[in-house]
Structure formats: structure tokens, C-alpha cells
Design a binder for this molecule. Structure first.
Ligand SMILES: [Zn+2]
Length: 463
């Protein structure tokens, strides 16, 4: 509309100009290259106008011809990129769907169309992995790890780390996990992998640094971190002792106890080392302090080792220890054991009968059998208790809460499933629960037993 208006105005102005020139008579004479042209001013103006229109047209034609390859190239590049990203997206979908052939085809297409940006490499690596070509996937991961962009480098390192873990190459995996963790210290998964690898390879000091970093990155709360560090200190104490560094062994055991005051294996280790160093009284107080928080049969056993002399002396030591937590089940068991060893039958019976009323586990039945045999030489009663021991509720042991592995002495890493700090003092899962003969006549009791088993967190049956 506006253009038409402008056009009309210009046309009007030109007509006015032409009319005024036509009305004004005048002639132009041009002498050029031996020619002589004589014409009117109007004719000259018309020729000049025509020439400028022709020139403008030519110029437009020329720029259209010279500019088109650039436009065509730009259009082609846009189209390639669009198709590339489409192939990339479809490739990701194929990876998610587990279609290896399609994923590889689309990865190649995206690669041809887009060159090798990070995403294409990741898709290519994933597609190669999906079709089982770990070597090709490794090449892509490696190329990504060499890139300057941190995101791409991380993805490359992560891919290589997963491959090294899969191949069981712990040394390589540890190195890659360190690099990945340095690149992205806030990524919990890598920090956890690094910690696991450090534990597996016995890098206790480095593992403790990783724990401290995990607290800073808020992956781990302060209490969990203390417990982990206590376990690591315990392990460093064992290592120091095996290398003959006795003072270090003692220091690390002390550190473990200070970091986790109810950590029974650390308290036992520290007490034994103190005793070896001639500090028996300090050793006794370490056991007593732990008994207040966490009575445990291994603490009682450690106390018996610390007590000099015979069975009577050991009984006295246990009596003193039990006094710190008099009503606890472990206090009664420890006293019953020590009394049996010292042939103090009535004292032993008192504690065992109290236990038989409240929590008649397998060990209580075994100690009762020992008592009947020792005190009265009653083989029949003893045998009856031993029989009861086989069906009684099992006693607590060090059980891996991850795989159910049971060990006599606490270990920082489960030998079966490699879980770190997985052993807890609890009843082991039972292999068999009830014999068929027991089942029909004691229906209500069985229900009760199942309920109590649930309450204890025991599996209901089976291995
Ligand atoms: Zn385990």
C-alpha cells in the first residue's frame, strides 16, 4: 500500500518534471568521438532514465547469479544439521529400545551428517556397546576423553571406567575413577565407585580422603562418614601391625575407637594392643567403656584374656564388667560362661534360667547342657538341652546384610559380595524353620514364632 503510494508520488513528480521540461524549450548538443548528436533536453532525460533502469536490472541479475551458491550452501548445511539431529534422536531411541543394528546405522548417519560432536560419539559408543563391540565403543570413549569440553571428557572417562570395571582391571579403573572424580567431584556415583575401588585395592588412606570429600559434597552425613573412617582406621591398624609398625597399629586402633565408640571389633583390637604394650589397666577400661554402650560376647572374651590367673580371676573380671550393664542379656551370658568355667554351678544356673525364661537361644541351651553335665553328671538332661539347641532360635553372629555371609570374626569387606562394612551382629538367616512334625500340633505358637521372626527381621523360611 505504502509502496504503491510512494510509486504514485514518484510517477507524479516525474510526469510534472517531464511536462515542465517539455514546456521549456531547449536543445542539447553532444560532440563525442567524431559524432555530433543534437537532441532535446526531454529526449536526453528519457535516454538517461532508460539507461539507469537497465543498469539496475543488470546489477540485480549479477548479484543473484554470484550470491546463489552461498545461499545454496547455507541451505544445504541447515538441512544436513536438521537430518543429523533427527538421526541422532532416532539413534538414542534405538539404543533405549535395544535395537543394536538400527542404533549403529543411525549413529553412522548422524556421524556423516554432523561430523563428530560429543553426542554423536556417545551414540556411536552406545550403539557399539549394544552390538557387543566393546573395542569400538572403547575407541569412541577414548576420543571423548581427549576432548576439551569437561562434559564430553567426563562421559568418555565414565565409559572407559565402566569398561575397565567390567574387564576386572582394577588398577586402570582406579586411575579413571580418580580422573572422573576430580573432573566432577559432586557426582555421587563416581565418588562411590572411587571409594569402592580404593577399598578393594587396599588404599585405606586415599579412601579416607574420599570419605572426607563425600562429606563436603554432602553425599554422606557426618555419622556415616565417622563410621567409615573408623573402619578404615581399623584396617590401617591391621596393616601397620602386619608390617611391624606397632606404634602406628596402636594409634590407628585408638583412632578407630574414638571415631566410633560402639565399634566392638575396634575396641577389642585396641585393648589387645594396649595389653601387648603393657598397658593392661587402660585396656580394661577400654573394654568397660565399650560394654556400657554395646555389650558383646567378644568384649567379654577380650576381658577374660586380660584377666591374669585362673577361672576364678576371670569370673571376678567378668562380674566387674557385667556390673556396668547388669540387666543386659550379654551380661547374663558372660557371667554364666565364666561361672561354669569356675564350676560355680548355682551362679551359672541362676543366670541361665533367667535367660531360658526370656530369650532361650541356641547358646543358652548349649550352656544348660554343659551345666547339667558338669553339675549333676546328668547325661540325659544334657542331651535333651543339646537337642533343644539345634531347634532353638539361632544366636547373633557377624552376618553380611547384603548377601547373608556369616563370619566368626568381623571383617571390613565381605569376602563373598565385597560389600564394605556390611557385617552386622544379628541372627543369621535360618536354613530351615520348622520340621513338618512340629507344624500341626502347635499352630498358634507357630504363628507367634513367625511374628517374632518378622520382628527380628529374619527371613520367613528357605535359604
Ligand atoms: Zn556379603
Amino acid at each position: 500500500m505504502i509502496r504503491a503510494l510512494i510509486y504514485l508520488i514518484i510517477l507524479g513528480a516525474l510526469s510534472l518534471l517531464a511536462a515542465s521540461v517539455a514546456d521549456t524549450p531547449g536543445a542539447v548538443t553532444l560532440d563525442w568521438l567524431g559524432y555530433r548528436i543534437e537532441t532535446s533536453v526531454l529526449a536526453l532525460l528519457i535516454v538517461m532514465l532508460g539507461a539507469s533502469v537497465a543498469l539496475a536490472g543488470l546489477w540485480r541479475l549479477w548479484s543473484a547469479v554470484t550470491g546463489s551458491p552461498r545461499r545454496v550452501r547455507r541451505w544445504q548445511a541447515d538441512r544436513r544439521q536438521r537430518l543429523g539431529y533427527k538421526a541422532l534422536t532416532q539413534g538414542m531411541v534405538a539404543v533405549a529400545a535395544g535395537d543394536a543394528v538400527e542404533a549403529r546405522r543411525l549413529a553412522r548417519k548422524a556421524e556423516t551428517l554432523l561430523g563428530e560432536p560429543p553426542l554423536t560419539m556417545l551414540l556411536s559408543a552406545q550403539a557399539a556397546q549394544l552390538s557387543g563391540d566393546e573395542k569400538a565403543a572403547g575407541k569412541f570413549f577414548h576420543a571423548m576423553a581427549e576432548q576439551s569440553e569437561p562434559e564430553t571428557r567426563y562421559l568418555g572417562l565414565h565409559g572407559m571406567l565402566t569398561q575397565a570395571m567390567h574387564d576386572g582391571d582394577q588398577e586402570q579403573a582406579l586411575e579413571l575413577a580418580k580422573q572422573a572424580s576430580e573432573l566432577k567431584p559432586k557426582t555421587e556415583e563416581v565418588a562411590q565407585t572411587l571409594f569402592d575401588l580404593q577399598v578393594k585395592t587396599g588404599d585405606w588412606t586415599d579412601a579416607e580422603d574420599t570419605v572426607k570429600k563425600a562429606v563436603k559434597a554432602k553425599h554422606l552425613d557426618a555419622d556415616a562418614a565417622k563410621r567409615r573412617r573408623a573402619v578404615l582406621a581399623f584396617q590401617q591398624s591391621i596393616e601397620a601391625q602386619s608390617e611391624g609398625r606397632f606404634d602406628d597399629a596402636l594409634d590407628q586402633a585408638k583412632r578407630a575407637v574414638n571415631l566410633s565408640s560402639a565399634f566392638v571389633p575396634a575396641a577389642v583390637r585396641y585393648a589387645d594392643l594396649l595389653n601387648d604394650a603393657g598397658k593392661r589397666r587402660r585396656a580394661v577400661s577400654v573394654i568397660e567403656e565399650t560394654w556400657v554402650r554395646q555389650p558383646h560376647p567378644h568384649l567379654a572374651a577380650a576381658m577374660e584374656r586380660l584377666a591374669a590367673g585362673g577361672a576364678e580371676d576371670r569370673l571376678h573380671a567378668i562380674e566387674k564388667l557385667a556390673g556396668y550393664n547388669r540387666e543386659h542379656e550379654e551380661s547374663h551370658v558372660a557371667l554364666a560362661r565364666a561361672a561354669l568355667a569356675a564350676k560355680r554351678w548355682s551362679e551359672a544356673r541362676e543366670h541361665l534360667e533367667s535367660l531360658a525364661r526370656t530369650h532361650a537361644t541356641s547358646r543358652v541351651a548349649r550352656l544348660m547342657a554343659e551345666l547339667e553335665e558338669g553339675e549333676k553328671n546328668d547325661t540325659e538332661a544334657s542331651r535333651a538341652w543339646l537337642k533343644r539347641a539345634t531347634t532353638a532360635e539361632p544366636d547373633a553372629a557377624w552376618v553380611c546384610d547384603h548377601c547373608g555371609n556369616v563370619v566368626a570374626d568381623w571383617e571390613p569387606v565381605c569376602g563373598r559380595c565385597e560389600t564394605f562394612d556390611g557385617f552386622f551382629w544379628m541372627p543369621p538367616p535360618r536354613v530351615t524353620h520348622f520340621t513338618p512334625a512340629d507344624a500341626p500340633k502347635a499352630g498358634p505358637e507357630i504363628d507367634g514364632a513367625i511374628d517374632s521372626a518378622d520382628g527380628d527381621g529374619l527371613p520367613k523360611g528357605g535359604a
